[in-house]
Design a protein around this ligand. Structure first.
Ligand code: ADP
Ligand code: MG
Length: 488
């Protein structure tokens, strides 16, 4: 299953394929809201970032935030999507305590961005996921139910914050693909600086559409939509639960009702929220307060000039220029800060060693301390110095690990540590030869065994010499001299 990314649900006679389409809500990185100048900082005191527009006072008029439009177009370019030069803002009408306007300004028939694609690197090759559209819309406020036993509080800080809704085609086929898709989308938006992708803070969440069909069927089954799932793990759990629920219904000869469901993270199950019959009638119509959004070619080409090298292109460059494997390149480009760190390290040190040290030792420390690479306790500059000390033979790779342990505490200079602790590698052939002679003298019977064919003992001698050198002997030199002595 894992190696082919194939995901099927099996019952005695039948094998079912799972079909998934995601509607991702990505909060636009912007200092102010989509139609007002209120700030959007996360974690502010409730109702401190609310203008009269966000609170929908009578007579207030929305004014489009050009920066948010630019962010959406940037994202569209990152998704290799069609930029629609004319789009329309509609009112989506519904009534809820945290929606003071009584409608959400969104885009319906004419979104700002049309069809695009996202490429996934799966274990068994690349897979393209189609993007149906991306549209801009306002977020709603937040109802808080757990402060008071009898009242619900409303925080309007989020009201009016710009969201991009990114709708995929029903091209996803497994929880693993969903994982790869969300990560790739997030990576692209982080490269572009259009969404921080912070799922804990709700900057990225998704409605997950799931259906199943018998393997080989051409038609899609009836789908259910699981609303507002805010972690990849939960998306995967919800899909597995929901797909199995649908398969069980089909196996019992029943049919699937198209409905909206909620995922209960504590019980690990989805349950019905509303069925098609009581689906909302949003009565969409063009917002009379807003003109159609018209985008000029100049505006688009200006934005194109600002697009940085994106993960797919960076990966290709890393492979072509630095001879990295596809696997290594993927790890280094998936996060923009990791790729920056890597490029800083290799400015003046060896690429192969840099790759190994970043993906090995450094990642282990970051994981253990739960840090982002931007918070790395070892700077790219000092890591490159350490790598150079290995490369020029001053220290062995093994000693370098000891030095690295020290560096973590306050980004210490590796050269200073090597000097202070006397860790410099012994590369003087005369000095090593003396140690080797000593080891040979003390192990005459083992030397006999070796000479009579027990070649495995070579490692034993290397170990002994290493021990004599207190771990500082240059391993290549020890190997070379030892071989000459024992075979000579
Ligand atoms: P709506 O506007 O009612 O939400 P859309 O056609 O825009 O419906 O589809 C919403 C999402 O549902 C899209 O991400 C799409 O890929 C997905 N989807 C559509 N049909 C299916 C299906 N049969 N199974 C799974 N996902 C589906
Ligand atoms: Mg929908």
């Amino acid at each position: 299953m894992a190696e082919t990314n194939q995901f099927f649900i099996e019952r005695e006679q039948n094998k079912y394929e799972v079909v998934i389409g995601l509607e991702v809500h990505a909060q636009v990185t912007s200092a102010s809201k989509l139609f007002s100048s209120s700030p959007t900082k996360f974690g502010a005191e409730p109702n401190t970032q609310v203008s009269l527009v966000d609170a929908a006072f009578p007579g207030m008029l929305p004014v489009i935030n050009e920066f948010c439009v630019k962010q959406a177009i940037k994202t569209g370019i990152g998704l290799k999507a069609k930029i629609n030069k004319k789009s329309i803002f509609d009112r989506k009408n519904y009534f809820y305590a945290d929606l003071p306007q009584g409608y959400q300004i969104s885009q319906y028939k004419y979104p700002i961005i049309g069809e695009g694609k996202v490429i996934l690197d799966m274990a068994d090759g690349q897979k393209e996921i189609g993007i149906e559209r991306l549209h801009l819309e306002q977020d709603a406020g937040k109802s808080i139910h757990d402060i008071d036993p009898t009242n619900t509080f409303v925080d309007l800080n989020r009201s009016g914050v710009a969201l991009m809704e990114i709708v995929s085609k029903p091209d996803l086929r497994s929880p693993d693909e969903v994982n790869a898709y969300i990560k790739k989308l997030r990576s692209i938006m982080r490269y572009l600086g259009t969404c921080d992708g912070n799922m804990q803070e709700g900057s990225l969440r998704a409605d997950v559409n799931v259906s199943v069909r018998r393997q080989g069927d051409d038609n899609f089954g009836t789908r259910c939509e699981i609303k507002n799932v805010n972690s990849i793990k939960f998306m995967q759990m919800a899909i597995i639960y929901e797909a199995n629920r649908q398969v069980d219904l089909i196996e019992e000869g029943k049919s699937i009702d198209q409905e909206t469901r909620l995922f209960d993270t504590k019980k690990n199950e989805t349950r019905s929220m509303r069925s098609k019959e009581d689906a909302h009638d949003y009565r969409y119509f063009p917002d009379p307060d807003l003109l159609p959004l018209e985008i000029s070619d100049e505006f688009i080409s200006q934005i194109k000039d600002e697009i940085p090298e994106l993960p797919d292109e960076k990966k290709k460059r890393f492979i072509d220029k630095f001879n990295l494997s596809s696997y290594e390149a993927n790890i280094l480009v998936s996060d923009i800060d990791t790729s920056k760190y890597f490029e800083e390290v290799i400015k003046n040190s060896d690429v192969k060693l840099a790759t190994n040290w970043i993906t090995g030792e450094l990642f282990a420390v970051l994981n253990e301390k739960n840090l982002e690479i931007s918070e790395s306790p070892v700077s790219s500059y000092n890591l490159s110095k350490l790598i150079n000390l290995i490369k020029d033979g001053t220290i062995s790779g093994k000693i370098a690990k000891t030095v690295f342990e020290e560096m973590i505490d306050g980004d210490k200079d590796p050269q200073t540590i090597v000097d202070q602790k006397g860790l410099k590698q012994e590369s003087d052939p005369k000095a090593l030869e003396e140690l080797i002679n000593k080891v040979i003298k003390n192990n005459t019977s083992k030397v006999e065994e070796y000479k009579s064919g027990k070649e495995k003992l070579f490692g034993f001698f290397v170990g002994q010499v290493m021990k004599e050198s207190k771990g500082k002997g240059n391993p290549q030199l020890i190997n070379k001299i030892l071989k000459e002595k024992l075979n000579g």
